[in-house]
Design a protein around this ligand. Sequence first.
Ligand SMILES: Cc1ncc(COP(=O)(O)O)c(C=O)c1O
Length: 429
Amino acid sequence: MSPTPVAMASPLRPATYSWEATNEAVAARYGVPIERIARFDLNTSPEAPLLADRIVRAGRFETSLSEYPPSDYRRLVEAAARRYDVEPDEIVVGAGADEILDLVGKAFLPAGGAAVVPEPTYAMYRVITEQRAARVVPARRLGAEAGYAMDAESVRMAARQASVVWLCSPNNPTGLAEPPGSIEALLNGLQADSDADRREPPVVVLDEAYAELAADSLLPLRSAYPRLVIVRTASKAYGLAGLRVGFGIARPATIAAIAPYRPPGSVSTVSVTVVAAALEADGWLPERVAAIHAERERLAAGLRAAGWAPGPSVTNFLLVPFGTPERARVVAGALLRQGLVPRTFAAGHPLADHLRLTVRSPEEDDRLIAAARSVAAGADSVTRSDAAQRSDAAEGSDAAAKSDAVASSDAAEGSDAAAPRNSAAMETR
Ligand SMILES: Cc1ncc(COP(=O)(O)O)c(C=O)c1O
């Protein structure tokens, strides 16, 4: 999921955040029938795997639905351990990757502490850091021409004052993995710096939410760096975001430090049963990943033919530059008026001149390609004044509420992403 940080009220109180607008909210604001809403902003799959449907219809779950799920999620842990080729005591289960990130924050980020965030990246790292009343130490990323790779020296420097380093590979929203060997080299560097400073090395979270799509994982590195926590999810390649299942994988001692913060039963019995079956079943995931890859290339080619320039991606989303934040907002507004919800980035965000677009079904992607063609042909701009477009697009980016935004000065502005409000104020986000 994707929060929009809207205010940092006080260093001692967590920032407030607004969440993405619902389909109902977008439909109401843009006057689009709800069945025409297509979510290009959440990096989810347009449909769950068939096996999920079969299990839910059969209605046979791990335990009766009148009971709590098994407190150790044993079958799910064992299925995940086999799938990821790790030991069961190297896994902690959470309600989505987001809960794992939260648990890591609770376990390793003291109030007044600090965490390194190589931005732009997934918004939750900043959210969780601030919720713990800790400080974000930003680290640099290189530009598009270098695949937005993290600047390892900048991360190392920032990590000297931090207890947690948040890494994401492949990175959301930029779509590419870190170059081969770079994370291992960084871990070695962090270890050397900590040895030199005679302190414990920082916990490094490596969020691999999109690993199955990139067919690559750095799970084996946990042996060499005991404070590495790898995060995986059922939400992306597995297509099961609604079940809310994620995993933290680390050496047993690190898992033992995280586990006490786990709430009892945050993952439902239905989720335990379906995700365990999805992990146990062979053969279906590679087929699904291949289909996403093929559709991604088709979508990218369609958008290129329409004059857009999506960057390379190893994930299920594309990052598209529009030259200026103004142009990105106008395009977002045009898409939203057709019920196509892009991920926007607020003014001030390093990617404010981009939109991020999820690879969806061929039908939905065709609608997006057609919309891109009509935007490129100027169909949107010949019928509307510049001012009207600006105001619409500002509302659009807000209704989509997907900005990894910098904090806004007004908490009230962001408290309800779908509520109509003054567009000039929204432009400040
Ligand atoms: C990098 C990254 N990590 C974690 C998540 C959250 O995943 P989950 O649905 O498992 O909470 C997302 C969702 O977009 C993501 O992009």
